[in-house]
Design a protein. Structure first.
Length: 321
């Protein structure tokens, strides 16, 4: 019996060693308690955050009556300005940079005259482009007719990925060309392969794969960015709570996932080219109760992670150690 216990103990030690080489005792991130310098500018519910790492700017989308919908901070945490026009209920936000220009894309899930759209703004808040029919919830049959579009990712080439929607009729992933024509569209409502129940966040890695947080199916699904073909899915890490956001770290080695209901950031190992396999959580950051992390973004220069928290009504910055 004694040998049996020793054997069990030994095998558990081996198991722990195997995982600790992954998990590591040391933390990967620490909270930057000095960011932002003036948190009183958060006057609504902070739903989304986007980093412009080229220009050192952080954009925050918030909701509420009579509050500025978009706040702009420096990466050091100084409040710069805000803007409000034509943004009703921001859900997702993304900064797109080219060599000559930068712009801010916002998905708007409002039900008023500006809602159900994906919009492009100048950094100062001038409306440049509207995709969708403002104020009209769409049907899945028409590519550019959105119903509560949740998130957007724009590649350097100008090609656009949209997940649509945040609880509306549509449950799909759409790829558009730089002149806003449909390249491919995939997904219907359901829990089968390539189907979605609230596709909530989307990102693209450095080896041609599109990653989607399939929130209510409690999984991440992966697609080929050229064809839209389904490549695999991860569900093993999300039994407690579905993934709300997907963003890669600056070196593309890890995927940062927010889990709103358990107030956690999960850091998952990104698979190399080839098999998707199932997920491995290498680290997690437990946030305070009721912070409710909704969407995150990563500074691709410094590696800092910004977390938009609906419950705490703030954005927090975590810096890599």
């Amino acid at each position: 019996e004694f040998e049996y216990y020793i054997f069990i103990l030994y095998s558990q030690v081996l198991k722990a060693e195997h995982f600790s080489s992954w998990k590591g005792e040391q933390q990967m991130y620490k909270l930057d308690i000095g960011w932002p310098k003036s948190p009183e500018h958060f006057t609504g519910q902070t739903f989304c955050v986007a980093v412009d790492s080229l220009h050192g700017l952080v954009y925050v989308g918030q909701r509420g009556d009579n509050v500025p919908k978009v706040l702009v901070f420096s990466e050091e945490g100084y409040f710069l300005h805000s803007w409000n026009d034509t943004v009703e209920m921001p859900h997702g936000i993304f900064v797109w940079n080219t060599a000559i220009e930068s712009s801010v894309w916002i998905t708007d899930v409002g039900t008023g005259k500006y809602g159900h759209t994906v919009k492009q703004y100048s950094p100062s808040g001038k409306l440049l482009q509207v995709l969708g029919t403002p104020g009209n919830a769409g049907s899945s049959l028409i590519p550019l007719q959105f119903d509560q579009p949740a998130d957007i990712f724009v590649e350097e080439t100008g090609e656009i990925y949209v997940v649509d929607g945040d609880g509306g009729m549509n449950n799909r992933l759409l790829k558009l060309s730089d002149d806003y024509k449909e390249i491919w569209l995939t997904g219907t409502n359901g829990s089968g392969i390539g189907q979605f129940r609230i596709p909530h966040s989307v990102t693209v890695d450095d080896c041609g794969r599109v990653w989607v947080a399939d929130r209510d199916n409690k999984r991440i699904q992966v697609f080929d960015k050229a064809t839209g073909e389904w490549l695999g899915s991860w569900s093993g890490c999300f039994s407690e709570d579905g993934p709300y956001s997907v963003r890669f770290t600056a070196n593309y080695k890890y995927l940062i996932v927010a889990q709103l209901n358990i107030n956690r950031l999960a850091i998952l190992a990104a698979p190399p080219v080839g098999s998707i396999g199932d997920c491995v959580i290498v680290h997690s950051v437990q946030l305070a109760d009721e912070t409710k992390p909704h969407l995150v973004d990563v500074d691709m220069k410094s590696g800092a992670v910004y977390v938009a928290e609906i419950g705490a009504q703030q954005v927090q910055k975590y810096v890599p150690l």
